[in-house]
Design a protein around this ligand. Structure first.
Ligand code: GUN
Length: 291
């Protein structure tokens, strides 16, 4: 019988820890940490994620700024907004919610962020230091996954971790973090992607399987070894007329059929998603303390 890796619960514990630290800061008469979030356009998913990030800040006593721009903002103007946040001493960290409209180069935008304020951990300096195992602001979603494994005391050393997906935001950094000579590293890591011919066979050998490809219900029961730990990073919105919102979130794992085979599995929603936000709060606290 599988156990649920309850990201929602663990994230609430991390928020309590953050709230405690914020209270200590206030007791010293200092201002609280401040996170700014840039959102471009009106993608429903992005708006919901940003709302959750702003709400999480309020819950732990951080201040936050939401800077919203229309879909047709020029790259130049967006870069000017980023430069202003880089120079704003009242802002400790900020993120630009992705994806951006097609006319804006995401890499140019990410590289424009002062890496000391890059609390998503996506800037090449933070990504590079993460790969080298150096202290920095670590990418938020992979950090959340490592934290979840840690809080459930799931061993990674010597285990075969298989990552499906090679995105800059999840696949590449989580594969590297699991390789590090750390407590939740020392795994043997395989990264699979759309051009991997024998993906099913490789997944069947995974002790830890991380699905981060963004294809709903991609991981089926026959791809999973008995007793595996399964981490589902997928969050695709699927139309669901029975819901008030008109949609539901669907992971990359066929949960109902896969869960009975696992030792541990993350639900969607309530698994990796809340942990990403918890990592963002921790990175914001880290950026705050640098000063
Ligand atoms: N879009 C989906 N996930 C993320 C994330 O972790 N950070 C940002 N900035 N955008 C995202």
């Amino acid at each position: 019988m599988s156990k649920c890796l309850d990201g929602k619960y663990i994230a609430s514990l991390i928020r309590q820890e953050m709230a405690g630290e914020t209270a200590e800061i206030a007791a010293q008469g200092k201002r609280p940490p401040c996170l700014a979030v840039i959102i471009v356009g009106h993608d429903g998913g992005s708006e919901a994620y940003v709302a959750n990030k702003v709400k999480a800040c309020a819950e732990v006593g951080f201040t936050s700024k939401r800077l919203a721009f229309e879909e047709d903002i020029t790259e130049d103007l967006l870069l000017k907004q980023i430069a202003a946040l880089n120079n704003d001493d009242s802002v400790d960290g900020f993120i630009v919610q992705l994806p951006l409209p097609r006319h804006i180069n995401e890499q140019t935008v990410i590289e424009a962020i002062d890496y000391h304020k890059d609390v998503d951990g996506l800037h090449p300096i933070n990504m590079g230091k993460t790969v080298l195992g150096l202290p920095c602001l670590h990418p938020a979603t992979p950090s959340g996954i490592i934290e979840l494994l840690d809080r459930y005391d799931i061993q990674t050393e010597g285990k075969h971790a298989v990552v499906i997906g090679r995105s800059d935001i999840v696949g590449k950094p989580i594969a590297n973090m699991l390789l590090q000579k750390t407590r939740r590293g020392n795994a043997t890591v395989t990264v699979c992607h759309s051009r991997t011919p024998n993906l099913t066979e490789i997944c069947q050998t995974a002790d830890i399987l991380i699905a981060a490809l963004g294809k709903p219900l991609f991981v089926k029961a026959d791809m999973v070894k008995d007793g595996a730990v399964v981490i589902d990073v997928g969050t695709t919105r699927i139309a669901d007329p029975t819901r008030k919102s008109g949609y539901r979130l669907c992971g990359d794992v066929d949960y109902d059929n896969v869960a009975p085979k696992c030792s541990y599995i993350t639900p969607v929603p309530g698994g990796v998603g809340p942990m990403t936000i918890a990592s963002l709060l921790r990175n914001t606290m880290q950026a705050y303390k640098r000063k």
